[in-house]
Design a binder for this molecule. Structure first.
Ligand code: TXA
Ligand code: MG
Length: 350
């Protein structure tokens, strides 16, 4: 398949590109596009044949439902009803990185919701995405625009790498600002439950209902008894080719341990990567590939750079990535959730 690739600098000036992409969606094609969280791969959410193409292009398991993206807050045609808490959160956080799970109306085909009776809906905070949805004249179902299992793409280059030749259109905008996928909140239950931590944090949500909590099964290694309620959370995810190991402890011990491990792995002929923060780049053995993903005092910056760092270790053909642990507070909860999954829960606690 020929994939058309175009970059949008400015929505007004480049409106013809967005119009062409919207035509593609209307005609049942699939389009990768920027959002504030990560890039998405979209199709007409109400057209089963179009949605099926997404699953094919990504190699995505059919039991993993898609998120439906809308361009305004009017969603009555898609859901049975909007619980009171939903109305408040939509007012407070849309457009923004939160997906709300609600009971769906029959207009949403089974393939989009993976046959569940619920649907996740969000309004992305990105001008290109909003214009694309508006001009398409239909809600857009979109998972992250990566091959299933890989870290989500946060810029157009990574979309091209994964999807060129597999999709009709890739539109680029700026780098995704949040960097981790949206928070998923199930509001079909009371109290509402976070199925995936993301850009809108637990603390922010508790301002609206202090009983909101995180599905306990998603922060720990899943076993046969724990089944995350977001089907996608059970899959190996966010994983680079390299093995990832998290080292958790106080500063001095972490640095010492990582340097010891690096020495050891190098002696055994392995190429090692270290993922750290700006403040500590200089503390490490520079025979390793060292990537700083931001300041330890700026968790937003760390979130923004996390997936790109995992991918660039692969570009450097690293065999093993040793990562510092980050503080599990605020967006740090989402960061550690993704990192633990990338590491298949291989955490060395000092
Ligand atoms: O930020 C985001 O949410 C990005 C951008 C593109 O919007 N999208 C995204 O989609 O991360 P995806 O498909 O990579 O992840 C969607 C997650 C999956 O884990 C899926 O199982 C869960 O949402 N999900 C979707 N619908 C659900 C539902 N009705 N009930 C429970 N979980 C659901
Ligand atoms: Mg994904």
């Amino acid at each position: 398949m020929d994939t058309k690739i175009a970059r949008v600098e400015d929505v007004q000036e480049n409106i013809h590109i967005i119009l062409e992409a919207a035509e593609t969606i209307k005609n049942g094609g699939i389009v990768a596009f920027p959002t504030e969280t990560v890039y998405g791969l979209g199709a007409d959410a109400l057209n089963p044949k179009a949605v099926e193409k997404i699953f094919k292009a990504k190699g995505r398991p059919q039991d993993n439902p898609l998120i439906v993206h809308v361009f305004d807050k009017k969603i009555d045609e898609l859901v049975e009803s909007i619980p009171e808490i939903g109305k408040k959160l939509i007012d407070a956080f849309w457009p923004g990185p939160i997906t709300l799970i609600m009971k769906k109306k029959p207009v949403i085909p089974d393939i989009t919701s993976a046959s569940l009776d619920t649907i996740g809906i969000r309004m992305p905070d990105n001008d290109i995405a909003l214009k694309l949805i508006e001009l398409s004249g239909t809600p857009i179902a979109a998972p992250s625009a990566n091959i299933s299992g890989k870290p989500s793409p946060t810029d157009i280059e990574r979309c091209i790498e994964d999807l060129s030749g597999k999709v009709d259109f890739i539109i680029g905008g700026s780098k995704s600002n949040v960097g981790v996928e949206s928070t998923i909140l199930d509001i079909t239950v009371d109290p509402p439950c976070i199925l995936r931590p993301g850009g809108i944090t637990l603390e922010m949500l508790r301002e609206y209902d202090e009983r909101i909590y995180i599905d306990p099964s998603i922060m720990e290694k899943s076993d046969l008894n724990s089944r995350p309620k977001a089907p996608g959370m059970k899959y190996k995810h966010y994983a680079p080719k390299a093995k990832v190991k998290i080292i958790k402890g106080n500063r001095e011990k972490t640095i010492e341990k990582i340097n010891d491990l690096v020495q050891n792995y190098i002696e055994n002929g392995l190429k090692v990567g270290i993922m750290t923060c700006r403040e500590r780049v200089k503390c490490y053995n520079n025979n390793a590939e060292i990537i700083s993903i931001g300041s330890e005092n700026n968790m937003q910056e760390i979130a923004r750079n996390l997936f790109e760092a995992l991918r660039s270790f692969d570009d450097r053909n690293v065999d093993i990535i040793l990562s510092e642990a980050f503080i599990e507070k605020g967006v740090g909860i989402a960061i550690m959730n993704r990192l633990k999954k990338a590491a298949a829960y291989d955490i060395l606690e000092l």
